[in-house]
Design a protein around this ligand. Sequence first.
Ligand code: FAD
Length: 380
Amino acid sequence: MDLSLSDEQKQLQDAAERFVRDKYTFENRRKIAAAERGWLPENWAQMAELGWLGMSFKEEDGGYGGGPIETMIVMEQFGKGLVLEPFLPTVVLGGGLIAAAGSKAQKEALLAPMIEGKKQFAFAWLERQSRYNLADVSLKATKEGKGWSLSGHKGVVYNAASADEIIVLARTAGSPREEKGLTLFVVDGKAKGLSRRDYPTQDALRASELTFDKVSVGADAVLGKVDGAFPVVEEAVDRAIVALCAEATGCMDAINAATLEYIKTRKQFGQPIGKFQVLQHRMVDCFTNAQEARSMTLMATLKIDDKDPVVRRKAASGAKVQIGKSGKFCGQSAVQMHGGMGVTDELSVSHYFKRLTMIDLMFGNQQHHLTRYSHLAMAA
Ligand SMILES: Cc1cc2nc3c(=O)[nH]c(=O)nc-3n(C[C@H](O)[C@H](O)[C@H](O)COP(=O)(O)OP(=O)(O)OC[C@H]3O[C@@H](n4cnc5c(N)ncnc54)[C@H](O)[C@@H]3O)c2cc1C
């Protein structure tokens, strides 16, 4: 199998690498994280101009006809710079859900401006009790005239404070953990009855707790089929997992590079600590772990469009397990080899480790995906 990138994909990789080099020095990132939104409008505008916000969508949906490989390429570079712009919630999740389930009118009203950089999204799926179960949804949507009324709570909604529209997973029928009876709604980020508590996360992203108190939406707010959202959400999340895995491979490359540099320069007992064989062995293990993670991510990226949902699910879960394992190993080893410096806010390694830890937790940790994988394998 030829796994090399096309010329266009190489150009995309170069452009993303340049973006990270120019915009995401360690000091710049600190300033961006401290900015009002936690990301920069000029960076978002540049991403739109470079075509990154539309590259993975079909041409008939207003995109540029790329796919998961293009997403993988930019996400990997974003991981190297710990980029803070809300690409995952807006483009991968929000845009992905609209492209998969939206009507022609919704795609025109939502996807087209998103691709131009003029609209942002958040996806509200998680609730306090849900843990990693996507179907564990209690927020209720009840019929109200021709439209709907939404009441309940959503937690850790990334980018909710900046989102023009929030895509909400709500229960329209069935019991709390049933896969049937779930519906997606597009809700105005400033809707009456919607309140937010905003906070920065450990990895310097922005998230919110949302409370819906009888939020009224029209019938046209439904995204996809009433009671039939689960398969759409599951697929969108699998795609987001693979994108996250790509981001994690970028983080691992960066944290390994920083550690290698450190052990070549830090002197103890009259010589660079990289001369000690035990650290050389650990460094090699870090490299191997990152390579394993990269291979699994690449395989999942190539399989994510498979028509058989079992192939897609196994690919996403398999990659997520390896990412969790490798990320933890590279992160812990970086801290170990940096000694006390490794846990300080002044060094990049602590920030990469925090992001890798949060990536492991997002959409299900290693254990969750190992269980999902084994159930899928046994059912086959
Ligand atoms: C939260 C925190 C609080 C602290 N508080 C205090 C305090 O109150 N007072 C205080 O004095 N210090 C304090 N320290 C510093 C702490 O004692 C040192 O960080 C620790 O001893 C490690 O030393 P180092 O950071 O210089 O690492 P280094 O000596 O630079 O070691 C870096 C890496 O190289 C490895 N290494 C070093 N030498 C060898 C060798 N010969 N063979 C093989 N591998 C080697 C180490 O195992 C490690 O993996 C604190 C550190 C932390 C993180």
